[in-house]
Design a protein around this ligand. Structure first.
Ligand code: HXC
Length: 268
């Protein structure tokens, strides 16, 4: 679908996207690039990164990939520094890297719980922490009055409760708290806006094929509002809105992009 945004809305900006090699992260990378941004993508798998970078470059996007695991602080620091060295500034950090699997609470080991917390919650904070120096007003490559922006990809699982997702629900609740607290502290001190997006079920993503392969054909469709499954494009357009000047007064909020699904109930 054609973008409703002008193609130069992110012209001159540099975006670092964790988990940018696949799924929602790759679509955000693609749309940011199509709207003028230079793109650095971070991921653990070299093959996935290489394929994504080739795809971005074939669209005429300035893109490069850096291997790294958001659970390792040294990796986070190295990736952030490489992005700055490569492009000379960092304007946007998107935390899209996430881990997930379906498991009942009684079958989930504490280490399994911790693993997802480490990727989603601690990983998000670590990337923010290591990026602060470059995102804050007056940082390398920045003016003294204008900071960058952070976007955290969350979920709606923890608004109520979700079967077999105790680890991810806890992790995304922590992500939302991190979004609000950084928006308060870094918005005030450094002119950095920090927001989130909580996607509903989005078709053609690793998350959907892993978590709900049968969802599309199930009875749930009867009570899913709007167009049932979302598209990666829907998330990327919301991301563009939040990180562009269109969102310049939005700080500390997590926008739900699920067609209203989390509100829905069976008809009777
Ligand atoms: C139970 C599991 C498990 C499973 C791993 N563990 N998979 N427990 N069921 N299916 C446990 C292990 O037993 C171990 O605990 C601990 O977790 C660590 O496992 P490892 O295999 O060593 O972890 P690692 O190799 O680091 O892999 C991390 C991962 C992996 C999270 C397990 O699946 C991953 O990285 N996935 C990323 C890709 C992904 O899922 N992306 C989509 C995100 S979608 P013990 O105790 O045995 O040592 C998303 C959307 C959410 O987040 C919202 C949807 C609506």
């Amino acid at each position: 679908m054609e973008s409703p945004f002008k193609p130069d809305v992110l012209k001159g900006k540099v975006a670092l996207i964790t988990g940018g090699g696949s799924g929602i992260g790759l679509e955000i990378s693609t749309q940011f690039g199509k709207h003028g941004a230079s793109i650095a993508i971070m991921g653990r798998r070299k093959q996935v990164l290489d394929a994504a970078v080739s795809a971005l470059q074939s669209l005429g996007i300035h893109a490069f990939g850096i291997e790294g695991d958001v659970r390792k602080q040294d990796d986070a620091r190295r990736v952030v520094e490489s992005t700055y060295k490569h492009f000379g500034r960092i304007d946007i950090l998107v935390n899209a890297a996430a881990g997930n699997f379906l498991v009942s609470a009684e079958d989930l080991s504490p280490n399994g719980f911790r693993t997802v917390m480490d990727i989603d919650s601690v990983g998000t904070f670590t990337m923010c922490y290591e990026s602060l120096k470059y995102l804050k007003k007056g940082g390398p490559g920045r003016s003294s009055s204008s900071g960058g922006t952070i976007l955290n990809i969350s979920a709606t699982l923890h608004y109520t409760a979700s079967w077999y997702q105790i680890h991810v629900s806890a992790a995304k609740a922590a992500v939302d708290a991190t979004t609000r607290n950084l928006a308060l502290e870094w918005g005030t001190d450094y002119d950095i806006r920090v927001n989130g997006i909580a996607p509903g079920p989005i078709g053609d993503t690793p998350g959907m094929s892993k978590l709900a392969p049968e969802e599309v054909n199930s009875n749930a469709r009867d009570y899913m509002p709007l167009y049932k499954l979302g598209e990666k494009w829907d998330i990327a357009m919301s991301a563009l809105y939040l990180v562009s000047d269109a969102g310049k007064f939005i700080n500390g909020t997590t926008i739900i992009v699920d067609g209203g699904l989390w509100l829905s109930r069976p008809r009777h």
